[in-house]
Design a protein around this ligand. Structure first.
Ligand code: F6R
Length: 261
């Protein structure tokens, strides 16, 4: 794992988008794993800008989102399909038919996970998985006690996640209590993982995720087992990391980061 601390949220967002863009330029038929949430909005705005102003070409790319609420149709403003269309897909030249989210309106809840897994496999697997982290340490919607080898499935959300996300719903009580999510095992199958974490309110949980013991109580700790992970933080989110000096040293000295400094 590599940990990169950037001076501001804006710098952390730009670095994340640049890494994604460079991977796409190197491999135009990239399969992206994508996340939703407040943290990613600025990343998607930056990718859209690059598509508009720098000819970043998504025409051969594919995407699979981590999760979707159960019971929300695509047109619902709080569905993750709506979020992705609004923040990214409508603003870049990706083919909509190449963008995938679990079907929150399916009649076959037990069948949706295996169907989604099969679609990921048929696309050749995920090349780059973008991750955020929830206040309870979830990745995707893998809430505490999710098996570290879990696959895509339906999952009940925790009260912490409910408090984190229900602010976007009107009324807040209309937020679904359940969602489909890629499993921790599905996420670990991605060839590369980029996690972006910003803001003071994530400082405690991200320190546990990076430097704490691996535990299913904090599903984000599972990324420690992945061979190719970079975690990008702003100063506020990095505040509780013990080994900051080492992380800064590595970023300053590793040749692979030369072009990003
Ligand atoms: C959503 C997802 C979640 C979010 C996390 C952080 O697709 O994967 O794990 O990344 O809940 O959300 P924000 O960025 O809103 O704090």
């Amino acid at each position: 794992m590599e940990v990169i601390i950037q001076p501001t949220e804006e710098a952390a967002v730009k670095l994340t988008a640049r890494i994604m863009a460079d991977q796409l330029r190197a491999r135009p038929d990239m399969v992206f794993g994508l996340a939703t949430g407040a943290t990613m909005e600025a990343v998607y705005a930056e990718l859209a800008r690059m598509c508009r102003e720098e000819a970043l070409d998504f025409s051969n790319a594919k995407s699979f989102n981590l999760d979707e609420y159960i019971g929300l149709p695509a047109e619902d403003k709080n569905s993750y399909r709506y979020y992705m269309d609004h923040h990214l897909f409508n603003n870049i030249n990706i083919k909509k038919s190449n963008t995938h989210l679990p079907n929150g309106m399916t009649d076959d809840i037990p069948g949706e996970g295996p169907r989604y897994e099969a679609a990921i496999k048929a696309a050749g697997g995920i090349d780059l998985q973008l991750l955020g982290i929830g206040q309870d340490g979830h990745i995707g919607f893998n809430e505490p006690l999710s098996s570290l080898s879990s696959r895509t499935r339906d999952k009940s959300l925790t009260p912490v996640t409910y408090r984190q996300n229900s602010i976007y719903f009107n009324p807040p009580e209309s937020m679904p209590r359940r969602a489909f999510t890629m499993g921790v095992g599905t996420i670990l199958d991605a060839k590369r993982i980029v996690m972006l974490v910003t803001g003071k309110r994530k400082a405690d949980i991200v320190a546990k995720a990076i430097e704490g013991p691996i535990t299913s109580m904090i599903s984000a700790t599972a990324i420690q087992m992945h061979p190719h992970v970079v975690v990008i933080l702003d100063e506020a989110a990095a505040a509780n990391l013990k080994e900051q000096e080492y992380y800064r040293w590595t970023f300053a000295n590793e040749p692979c980061w030369d072009r990003y400094r």
